[in-house]
Write a protein that binds this ligand. Structure first.
Ligand SMILES: [Ca+2]
Ligand SMILES: [Ca+2]
Length: 245
């Protein structure tokens, strides 16, 4: 009888999981854009994508965000970026992630202000951003941090008295211009890359390599639930079979 009860509960869990959106992406971007594919013809400083512009950094470091991620092997061609299909940005990006902590690791900062720039996440309280700094000026490549944001949340970067938000309408300068770019090898994976342009768009190279972080997010809970439920069914069935033989 207990075995029947156990199997019934397990089957209920499986059905519940199947009813939930199993294929929800680990990170859900709230904005007007979508995941778009890149290809070799779009990358290379041609300006075809809003973050793919010729970098003004010194020779050897003059790789924009996409060029940097490709050359270092973090991504390969036919990766994805968040924006519109013609290469333009989504001016307002907020993020939802499954519960659990997110891990950020600085990959590089190719910027004259790298020892002064402050990066963090923000939440909105009555439309006003509440800032939570994560990396201060001295933090550089290899620095890592874990945090558990309140979803939905955004990212910000403060540089030279300006603060740029992933909701560009909030930015203190260059308002409306998106200073953040998100790329991934697979929107269903748990790894994303974020690049930031730290200067106003009319006076910068728009290379988005000024602050580059790797973002690792938890797997969607529904998948974990399903695996637990399936394991429970298997265990209950085996116990029931063992008791009846
Ligand atoms: Ca730049
Ligand atoms: Ca730069």
């Amino acid at each position: 009888m207990r075995a029947v009860y156990s199997i019934s509960v397990s089957l209920f869990l499986v059905l519940l999981c199947l009813a939930l959106p199993l294929h929800a992406d680990p990170i859900d971007i709230i904005g007007s854009g979508g995941w778009q594919t890149t290809n070799s013809g779009q990358i290379g400083g041609s300006g075809g994508l809003y973050f793919d512009n010729p970098s003004g950094d010194p020779p050897g470091l003059d790789l924009n965000l996409a060029e940097y991620l490709f050359s270092e092997g973090y991504l390969s061609f036919n990766a994805f970026y968040w924006g519109d299909a013609s290469g333009g940005f989504d001016s307002s990006m907020l993020f939802n992630v499954p519960s659990g902590s997110i891990t950020l690791t600085i990959l590089t900062e190719i910027a004259s202000q790298k020892n002064n720039n402050v990066f963090g996440w923000f939440e909105l309280s009555g439309g006003i951003p509440v800032l939570h700094p994560l990396f201060l000026g001295p933090d550089g490549a290899g620095a890592t941090v874990q945090f558990a944001p309140t979803s939905p949340f955004g990212f910000y970067l403060s540089s030279q008295g300006d603060t740029f938000y992933s909701v560009a309408s909030l930015s203190t300068s260059d308002t409306g211009f998106q200073h953040f770019a998100v790329m991934t090898g697979n929107p269903g994976s748990s790894t994303f890359y974020l690049g930031v342009e730290d200067s106003i768009s009319t006076a910068s190279d728009r290379d988005f390599n000024d602050f580059v972080v790797k973002v690792t997010v938890p797997e969607p809970a529904t998948l974990v639930l399903l695996l637990v439920a399936l394991a429970t069914v298997s265990f209950g069935t085996r116990r029931s079979w063992a008791r009846n033989t």
